[in-house]
Design a protein around this ligand. Structure first.
Ligand SMILES: *Cc1c(COP(=O)(O)O)cnc(C)c1O
Length: 398
């Protein structure tokens, strides 16, 4: 059955009069989430108290929900677990991957990667010693930069600024041919487009759930370890819940079975409850349909903006197959223009130095929304409505 997008949209709580094009940064509230979280608070936490860990299944949540995420990213059952934030999961995946390529010292990434991923890699290199280094090249130069010094290829599949998409299958194959492992960051892929971790032979992957997967601010991240590596991957963040027997309270660490070893500490039960409400909506969506609709929406937006706003420069690949589910335009006054858009009911965001970023999320974004957003942006540009002091003062979060 084809995905019924109108029915999905009706399951989100979207404020009146707002066109929300920022679900790539923070997904909106699923209507069922409030009641779902309230139930966890009052019936589970309130009534069960500590027995909720067993009775309500809180302790099993990170792997049970991991399996639901696995279906969205082409991963095997039992290969994904939830917890911590994405930055932490990047560190964890990298540390294990580096340990599995002991003769090599180079983490290869690209200059389009999200800074936190690069910072975590730098921090890990500092901990491991001066021989370890993070090397970054331009996104287009990654394939040629893979060589026999590369220990780990660490890439974010979809560039957070431009939406440019790497070829996961080809780059993973090249990394393997050179004897390197891969860590894929799916922050802008999971829930945005079909991902085929198992088919690509990806080694490690990480991602967050508060973007396209709508778990709410602070929702936990996930980590994937290919089944063939699960016994070899040693957790650097060896917390008690990744131990083989947390409740044996052994003084010595022994890694748990399979993906369980990538758990660190106590899971965020309330936030996982919110995520479950969102995944109930995802169960009604076919990711292939979502992708087709995403390309249609982004094409429509690009055509509309280019026709109406000649001073904005497209920063996203024009070919739909080569981008994620966002569209970015460059303009020197990008920050003020985005503030004006938000003041006029079209919410996107700004990424330094000059990127206006608009996320398209077929679960709740319609063609009508795209057309209305184009009309608002066209008016702001034609009448220079952005040129006001109050739109030029930078807030803490842009
Ligand atoms: C959003 C994002 C992050 C954020 O990491 P947190 O630890 O969840 O704050 C990291 N990396 C990438 C590529 C992102 O897009």
């Amino acid at each position: 059955m084809p995905t019924d997008f109108a029915s999905l949209r009706a399951q989100f709580d979207l404020p009146e009069g707002v066109i929300y094009l920022d679900g790539n940064s923070l997904g909106p509230l699923p209507k069922a989430a409030a009641a779902r979280v309230a139930r966890t608070i009052t019936q589970e936490w309130g009534q069960m108290l500590i027995t909720g860990w067993n009775k309500a299944g809180w302790m099993a949540q990170p792997t049970a929900i991991g399996d639901r995420i696995a279906r969205l990213i082409g991963a095997e059952a039992g290969s994904v677990v939830m917890g911590d934030t994405l930055s932490i999961k990047v560190y964890q995946a990298l540390a294990s991957a580096l340990e599995m390529t002991p003769k090599r010292r180079v983490i290869l990434s690209d200059t389009g990667n999200f800074p936190s991923d690069l910072y975590m890699a730098e921090g890990l290199c500092r901990t491991l010693g001066p021989a370890y280094q993070l090397k970054t090249v331009a996104p287009e130069a990654v394939l040629d930069a893979i060589d026999d010094t590369t220990a780990v290829l660490m890439l974010t599949e979809v560039d957070y600024r431009t939406g440019r998409k790497h070829d996961m299958a080809a780059l993973t194959k090249a990394a393997h041919a050179a004897g390197a492992l891969t860590v894929w960051d799916l922050a802008h892929s999971a829930g945005a487009l079909p991902v085929h971790l198992a088919a690509c032979g990806a080694d490690f992957a990480v991602g967050c759930t508060y973007k396209y997967l709508n778990s709410g601010p602070g929702g936990p991240a996930f980590i994937y370890v290919a089944p063939c590596h699960q016994d070899a991957a040693r957790p650097a963040l060896s917390g008690w819940l990744g131990h083989a027997e947390p409740f044996a309270f052994d003084l010595a660490y022994r890694p748990g079975d399979g993906i369980e070893r990538m758990r660190v500490g106590t899971p965020p039960v309330l936030q996982l409850a919110a995520l479950e409400a969102s995944l109930d909506i995802w169960d009604q969506a076919d990711i292939q349909d979502v992708r087709a609709q995403s390309i249609a929406l982004t094409n429509r937006f690009i055509a509309g903006v280019e026709a109406a706003c000649p001073s904005l420069t497209l920063a996203t690949p024009r070919n739909g197959d080569q981008r994620g589910s966002q569209v970015s335009f460059r303009h020197a006054e990008g920050y003020a223009i985005m503030q004006a858009c938000i003041a006029h009911g079209v919410i996107g965001d700004f990424r330094a130095p000059d990127i206006l970023r608009f996320g398209f999320t077929p679960l709740y974004t319609s063609e009508q929304d795209v057309d209305s957003a184009v009309a608002v942006l066209a008016r702001i540009m034609a009448q220079s409505l952005w040129d006001r002091p109050e739109y030029k003062t930078r807030a803490r979060v842009t």
